[in-house]
Write a protein that binds this ligand. Structure first.
Ligand code: C2O
Ligand code: CU
Length: 499
């Protein structure tokens, strides 16, 4: 898989700040802010609290005038948005009609282990045989860790959790990065009465924004190193692979640098960084601020103002942006101040008409208990690091590459622990099942962007981040991993077993 390609020399990469090589597209790109922002379709139920999503090849127009083959849920990218209700168990049947095995993970979901999208629990298209791979890293020799579903699998989501912006994406062993790059991701929005009752912007002014980067071949297909062996020998590309793959086109909801017409009103924007590896520092032009109302796992206790937001892969920020003081005809651009050249642009808002707006942002949003370090029964350390091994260098946790079925921790159901993440590079650390609050970064307290309940935390080079993590919901086998998807595929993942 990715392994051989990526485990080569990593010269110099440890010292730099998000400046990995960006793949360059080989076709003419549209002028920024000319393509209208699409809103992903909402999935329609096929029965009471039942949905079906079919993973298949689709052909879509991303770069105007060209066609891109995507591997999408229902053949679209982003996939249909799942509207979930807190307290309502929902079953999603995922059919696979792709030429590759898949595993689907509900990111941020409190989900029983058999529906969590374990990397070796795969669905394979009807009629296609499946043999567990041998000789790959991460337990490839131990065929007992594989489960194989011909055609389809029912994923059962109890949704016993509060309102939050979740997402779903492929999680196949060793191949998550290329499969998500080709389109296997979508939103899953959990709603509840508490969130509904707040006077925040609603309906057409509550907009999910899936932000990711891609690069394109001359014929409009996605460019990705492993899809083109010739790319692997070009200087810089190996390094790009090691750092995670980044493209030169920023897509929002699958459209390049789109534009959205807005009214003179507040908008709730659910920002998701679904990129394989790119971090963004989002800012709005003209000094417009983000008022953050929610994090990965739903409402904050109270709003937090940001003039810029650093968002790492896998993270979500639920923000309100106020266009009410802007004259019709004016424009506000969302830029990425970590980007260079065309990756500095993200999207634009163009103010259309003057309206009356009844929404507001309450001073108090929800109850979020203060994180109490003393509540922890255990403390564990997870060190995310490049390690030198037999086959070169590899991304590891506590010095070991991912081995499915071998847990690195056995927390008890119903308890709270302190998990310390240390790292040598940018590693956005994601924990399945369990939600956490950030206790500290280095000697300091949490950053302004760390507020609330989270499931993914941006750990920066040589930083020590402590989180207070709560094990609720289910016993069983789950994972934690780096959400830089190339790092994840290169074995920076570990099991933990809730006992
Ligand atoms: Cu969004 Cu295990 O991943
Ligand atoms: Cu990483």
């Amino acid at each position: 898989g990715l392994a051989g390609a990526g485990w080569a020399a990593a010269g110099g990469l440890l010292s730099r700040e998000n400046t990995g090589e960006t793949l360059t597209s080989a076709l003419p790109l549209p002028r920024p802010f000319t393509v209208p922002l699409p809103i992903p379709p909402v999935a329609r139920p096929v029965g009471e609290n039942r949905y079906e999503l079919t993973q298949r090849v689709g052909r879509v127009e991303i770069i105007p005038g060209t066609t891109t083959e995507v591997w999408g849920f229902d053949g679209v990218f982003p996939g249909p948005t799942l509207e979930l209700r807190s307290g309502v168990q929902t079953t999603v049947r995922v059919r696979n009609q792709l030429p590759v095995p898949t595993s689907t993970h509900l990111h941020g979901g409190v989900t029983p282990p058999e529906s969590d999208g374990y990397p070796t629990d795969v669905v394979v298209a009807e009629g296609r045989g499946f043999r567990p791979p041998r000789g790959m890293h991460g337990g490839g020799h131990d065929t007992s860790v594989w489960t194989f579903h011909p055609g389809a699998k029912d994923y059962v989501y109890p949704v016993g959790q509060r309102a939050a912006t979740l997402w779903y994406h492929d999680h196949r062993m060793d191949f998550t990065a290329p499969q998500v790059w080709r389109g296997l991701a979508g939103f899953a929005l959990v709603r509840d009465d508490e969130d509904d009752a707040l006077p925040l912007p609603k309906g057409e002014r509550d907009i999910p924004l899936l932000i990711c980067d891609r690069a394109f071949e001359e014929d409009g297909s996605f460019r990705y190193p492993s899809l083109d062996p010739s790319l692997l020998v070009r200087p810089g590309v190996e390094e790009a692979f090691m750092e995670g793959v980044q493209g030169d086109v920023i897509l929002v909801n699958g459209a390049p640098w789109p534009v959205l017409e807005v009214d003179t009103a507040r908008y709730r924007l659910r920002l998701l960084n679904a990129s394989n590896a790119r971090r963004y520092r989002l800012e709005l032009t003209g000094g417009v601020r983000f008022t953050q109302v929610g994090s990965d796992q739903g409402l904050l206790a109270e709003p937090v103002e940001h003039s810029s937001l650093v968002i790492a892969p896998g993270e979500r920020f639920d923000v309100v942006v106020d266009f009410s003081e802007h004259a019709p005809g004016s424009e506000v651009t969302m830029v990425n101040t970590l980007g260079e050249g065309r990756t500095r642009n993200v999207m634009r808002f163009r103010v259309r008409s003057r309206v009356r707006d009844d929404s507001r942002i309450p001073r108090r949003l929800s109850d979020v208990p203060p994180a109490d370090r003393a509540a922890a029964v255990t403390r564990r350390v997870f060190d995310f690091r490049l390690t030198r091994g037999g086959s070169g260098e590899m991304w590891t946790i506590n010095g070991v590459p991912y081995r499915p079925g071998t847990p690195l921790a056995e927390p008890r159901l119903g308890t709270t622990e302190v998990w310390r993440f240390t790292s040598d590079f940018h590693h956005p650390v994601h924990v399945h099942l369990a939600h956490f609050q950030v206790l500290s970064r280095g000697k300091g307290g949490p950053a302004a962007t760390d507020a609330g309940w989270k499931d993914t935390v941006d750990v920066r080079p040589y930083e020590v981040v402590d989180v207070l993590v709560r094990f609720d919901g289910f016993r069983g086998r789950y994972m934690l991993h780096c959400h830089n998807l190339e790092h994840e595929d290169m074995a920076m993942m570990a099991d933990f077993q809730v006992v």
